[in-house]
Write a protein of this length. Sequence first.
Length: 278
Amino acid sequence: MRLTLIALTAAAMISGPAQAADVLQPSAKWVVEFDDAQCVATRNYGSREDPIYLVLKAPPLGSVLQIGVIRQGVGSDARQIDGELTFDQNAPLRTNLLQYGVKKLKQQAIIVNVRLQELAPMRQATTLRIRAREDLQKLGSRINLGARGVDVTFALTQMSSLLGILDSCVVDLKQVWNVKEHGGAIVAPSQGSGPVGSLAGLISEKDYPAMALAEYQSGVVAFALLIDEQGKVADCTVIETSGAASLDAQSCGIIKARARYSPARGPKGEPIKGAVIG
């Protein structure tokens, strides 16, 4: 199912200092995608020929929102960037940005996970700036971020309504995937059982991203997994970061490709959709 929101006129988009020329203005409406496993809002800030998409993904588990920027570019290896998000004139949120290329689609993407409790300013914000920190270093030398760099500011509109729609979408997803949470944990169905399986041993040293090895990075990652009736992972979202964005992204990709669960069971023992936090 797809829902498009009505875009405001350019005059109503932003005011005050945010009207600077380096603030990207939307060229299309917000589009919210409701598919079987995720709620995603997308808006184009470029042209049809050279799009720049701002993307928000709300998973049905955990307490994070994924924010992404997708634009045209050559494929490249994933790399982690020390960066920050700034809503209007609020204090910057320091975080890790994951930058990677999708060769088949000839796209470049930047993804960041943000805790929901840190997103309160976003509901009323008129601008969002995503940038690499000035003190960014990699292996003792400054990273070349390319001609376009990682410093982009988006004009925001209708954020309160948009986030409300994503919230409603998440409620629907919880029902579809039989998700009930209590105290941060998933509660098994009152009649039936949840998915059964383990991620132990799924990822080996050979799977470690080269960048994480080079920078001696390690950490513990927590995932929200949606498990379909066949026991396959339909969606994976990082809900507790390891502190290394490359590890987070690599782990989710491997889990979706390799993990298999015994699916959740309904009151009559029939396989049903379910969810786990791994």
